[in-house]
Design a protein around this ligand. Sequence first.
Ligand code: PLP
Length: 376
Amino acid sequence: MGMNSAAYLDHNATTTLRPEAAAAVRGGLGLTGNPSSVHRFGRLVRRAIEDARDAVAALVGARPAEVVLTSGGTEANNLAIRGVCERRVLASAVEHPSVLGAADAIAQVPVDGDGVVDLAALTDLLAADTAPALVSVMLANNETGVVQPLASVAEIAHSHGAVLHCDAVQAAGKIAFDYRNLGVDLLTLSAHKLGGPAGVGALVIAGDVAVTAVNCGGGQERGFRAGTENAAGIAGFGAAAAVATSGLPAFAELARWRDRIEQRIAEAASVQVFGAGTERLPNTSCLAMPGVDSETQVMAFDLAGIAVSAGSACSAGKVEPSHVLDAMGVDAAEADCAIRVSLGWDSTEADAERFIDAWIKLYQRLGDAPTTAMAV
Ligand code: PLP
């Protein structure tokens, strides 16, 4: 990437559309017909949707019949939490707002200093009340990239008769996993986090789980989600899922640049990397620049042609204290200095180098380092 072009390092907010997905969207837009119509026009659109469903299912090891297509991760999370309505809901304290905000009385399960869900606390919360529960724990966190021990969570949840929902929006296409091996009953996916268009997602629903529709009406998606399908978006989702599946080894390589960023910055300053003590996604780094608040950093990096985010970019525009860092016990002053850097499938080594240079320059200009620490 040339010096004058921008470096986009905010892929957890939304990632670059894969060319294959763009082509599939264009193809879908070229089709006339309602997928519920029985004539040949309708059948062609139906075919495009079912091909995409197959690819999405394959990405996570589900059966196509378990995949309910939605308008995105937020809707899928709402369908999971609200659709299993007879149960009390327990969710980790670091879940996305589309989980934590989907019901009124959600009991929060604490996390440790690295952001990993406290399994003993989960066990206690489940044991304390025999009413049937729905447990919601994400596979990877959007702000820190921290990966949760879902298999252990599943064991605990199921031994207490709970249904387990997993928001895998940030994990899908970034790390390999199989939804059946994880032991998850409900799994949320979103197209625009893995190279597809925004406004499309899915909830994978295991066969034996009772879910009531939130969107009611036409009976599409086997009654789980009424509304004429967004065929073009869904086609893009399918194409992106297929490429993401084959792109997993390349995505894992991003960890080298992520680690290089963290190492070089650690040489320049005593930075805190949140969640660094546990397993993380290969592309994500949440780090604090001592003495410089995150809003200032985001603006300064933007002036330098680098896009990063402060706190959670999913709550776009408004910079609020991160509930994720707060749940990890990070003190407010330090959390105020945290930004998220997230690499994507089209990130280059030059992007990483450019960020490192800009970070060090900014820290030397505005950071709280004594001058002796600036010999970089
Ligand atoms: N869950 C997580 C972990 C996310 O990072 C996001 C990001 O927006 C969502 C859910 C919501 O997905 P969508 O943007 O498709 O509604």
